[in-house]
Design a protein around this ligand. Structure first.
Ligand code: SAM
Length: 257
């Protein structure tokens, strides 16, 4: 089902959780259940499900960030900290990275993992909702949200909140599943995500439902042009996107003027 159709199916009080229609107040709790359940096996599942390709998508995101020594960066919905780790190296001792996530289980796995690997001196860990970020206006040089936005209940509110905390000239990076550009790829990808993903979830985490949600939430997420329009609407300039792996994933960027 396309997002435009999905939007028409929802009203002010309901939203989608995968293909299910739920009350707006229910969605965050349901998303929380998914990530509490998968947190411990999140990293291994990421490598298995994407055949390791998520590392390339993330590398391109870091390379497109313009982040350099001394910068302040927010990695919201940062989970187990893949992007935070790379940003931490880039900003150095004079800079700072905030790894923020709404979910305590994901944040704990991320914090333990980063501290075990020797990171931490320039990283802060904050439990926060992307819709109402607890940071001052005009504070960060860059904000990233990787594979997080589709889980957020009010995406427009989150994009506005990320705009607010960016300094003028600061950059937003949204890495997210998107719409494949080729119908053959799209069909293969559909079969893979609706059959193989829940099966792997069952085998590795004993939780097929969370991976069924993953596949459904990807289909319900705004396509490339719709998301770009949402960023324009929030006030970003120079908004653009780059498709990766045939549009399975897209990196959207925009600048706060
Ligand atoms: N960014 C990491 C990565 O790319 O590996 C983690 C992505 S994981 C698929 C999605 C993350 O979004 C989870 O850690 C989840 O807790 C977080 N999340 C969901 N809703 C959120 C919200 N409203 N605000 C902040 N984080 C949220």
């Amino acid at each position: 089902m396309k997002e435009t159709q999905a939007n028409n199916d929802t009203n002010q009080n309901t939203t989608h959780f995968g293909f299910e229609n739920v009350n707006v107040e229910e969605k965050a709790g349901k998303v929380a259940d998914v990530f509490h359940s998968v947190a411990a096996k999140y990293d291994i599942m990421n490598d298995l499900m994407s055949f390791g390709i998520h590392r390339l998508w993330k590398r391109l995101t870091i390379e497109s960030s313009g982040v350099r020594s001394g910068h302040k960066v927010l990695d919201i919905a940062g989970g187990t900290g893949d992007l935070t780790m790379q940003f931490s190296k880039r900003v150095g001792d004079q800079g700072k990275v905030v790894l923020a996530d709404i979910n305590a289980s994901m944040l704990n796995v991320g914090r333990d993992r980063l501290l075990d690997k020797g990171y931490g001196s320039n990283i802060e860990f904050v439990q926060a909702n992307a819709e109402c970020l607890p940071f001052p206006d005009n504070y960060f040089n860059a904000v990233s949200i990787a594979f997080g936005l589709r889980n957020v209940t009010d995406k427009d509110k989150a994009i506005r909140s990320m705009f607010r905390v960016l300094k003028p000239g600061g950059r937003l990076l949204i890495l997210e599943f998107s719409k494949p550009t080729n119908t053959v790829l799209s069909d293969v990808y559909d079969k893979y995500s609706f059959t193989a993903l829940p099966m792997m979830g069952k085998l590795i985490t004993n939780d097929s439902e969370s991976y069924k949600y993953l596949a459904e939430s990807i289909r319900m997420h705004p396509d490339q042009e719709t998301l770009k329009g949402m960023m324009d609407e929030a006030g970003f300039v120079n908004t653009r996107y780059q498709n990766m792996t045939g549009g399975i994933v897209a990196l959207h960027t925009g600048v706060k003027a």
